[in-house]
Design a protein around this ligand. Structure first.
Ligand code: OSB
Ligand code: MG
Length: 352
């Protein structure tokens, strides 16, 4: 592949309803779509999933725009690449900025699969089976039960509820008890502290299938204590930024499961290495969402098709967050599942 051109497009859409976490209420989503063109005119697509402000990770859309334009794109233009695994090496002199790096890597993997004439999921060894869908309830506390009911009506069989030390354990207990056939995840986004450890242990009795990121991203010892003292499996999201973080989680016995996010991990190559390590150590995996558009969702579907990724991820339909997605066709949830596209690369076209 010879990289002929790289284009950035900003997409900005209001959400149908505010996405409320203890850290931030998201009302509008802004992302960058990366289009990489090779010398034969083929196009590959990536999506930069940083947020407008640094509330989830340190990167922002503005920082990514700068790093892409001034640093990463100039490193790519005119280069001939045998395999997308080479990009990580090409970017190795640039510190951090994982979401910016991931967006380019995604686009090149899509292009590479198109050049090979294969769907990306197939190129990576995915099964081709439909992907179980999953939705996130991030509403004001009084609306949780109603939103879970609505998710069930829409066919979702896995629901993730945003929690914090202020959550009402009895409300959550009742919601979980009302839907015995559903998988329930709880995501704390790092809001628990040593002082609220007892509240976390109360939540252990609510019947969740896992608790995601109870403590801060560097609080390995607290996560190890939570894993030891609680029956609900502990799952890490924000803590996992590279393969060394997964190694640390294993060594310190600080978690049972991890959330895979290509943006947070810096791209496909690092993510694939993490998947392999988790397979070897029996660590559970699922693919996490970033309130993203269809390009990122399509990459995530390919990732979720890989062997060993058995738990349902954050996979909602194209029109869950907004009226219209940027890809054709839409991603649809049928009977709680999403069918993989049989088209080459990520399998979806991008609306211009
Ligand atoms: O913590 O998993 C998270 C969205 C934005 C930032 C962080 C997180 C989330 C979600 C997933 O919970 C939402 C989705 O389905 O896209
Ligand atoms: Mg999370």
């Amino acid at each position: 592949l010879t990289i002929k051109g790289i284009q950035l497009d900003t997409v900005r859409r209001p959400l149908k309803a505010p996405f409320k976490t203890a850290l931030q209420t998201v009302k509008e989503r802004e992302v960058l779509i990366v289009t990489v063109v090779d010398d034969s005119g083929l196009e590959g697509y990536g999506e930069c999933v940083a947020f407008s402000t640094p509330w989830y990770t340190e990167e922002t859309i503005a920082s990514c725009d700068f790093v892409l334009k001034e640093v990463l794109i100039p490193l790519m233009l005119g280069k001939t690449i045998e395999h997308p695994e080479q990009i990580q090496q090409l970017f190795s002199t640039i510190k951090g900025n994982r979401m910016a790096k991931a967006s380019i890597e995604m686009a090149v993997w899509d292009l590479y699969a198109k050049k090979k004439g294969q769907p990306l999921w197939q190129l990576l060894g995915g099964s081709g089976n439909p992907i179980p869908a999953g939705v996130v309830v991030a509403a004001v506390p009084g609306k949780i039960a109603e939103q879970v009911d609505r998710a069930v009506e829409a066919g979702y069989r896995r629901v993730k509820i945003k929690i914090s030390p202020d959550s009402d354990v009895n409300v959550l207990k009742e919601v979980v008890r009302k839907h015995p056939g559903l998988l329930f995840f709880a995501d704390a986004n790092g809001t628990f502290t040593e002082e609220s450890f007892e509240q976390l242990k109360d939540l252990d009795k609510a019947g969740f299938d896992l608790i995601e990121q109870p403590f801060g991203e560097k609080q390995w010892a607290f996560h190890a204590r939570a894993k030891k003292e609680m029956k609900t499996p502990v799952c890490l999201d924000e803590s996992i930024t590279c393969i060394e973080d997964v190694q640390r989680m294993i060594e310190e016995d600080a978690g049972d499961i991890i959330v895979l996010k290509m943006g947070r991990l810096g791209g496909w190559s690092e993510t694939l290495r993490v998947v392999e390590l988790c397979r070897q150590h029996g660590i559970g995996m699922w693919v996490g969402g970033m309130i993203e558009f269809g390009v990122s969702k399509a990459h995530n579907l390919a990732l979720a098709s890989l062997p060993g990724i058995t738990l349902p991820g954050d996979f909602s339909a194209s029109t869950h967050f907004w009226e219209e997605d940027i890809i054709v066709p839409d991603i649809q949830v049928e009977d709680g599942e999403i069918k993989l596209s049989k088209a080459n690369g990520i399998g979806y076209a991008v609306k211009r």
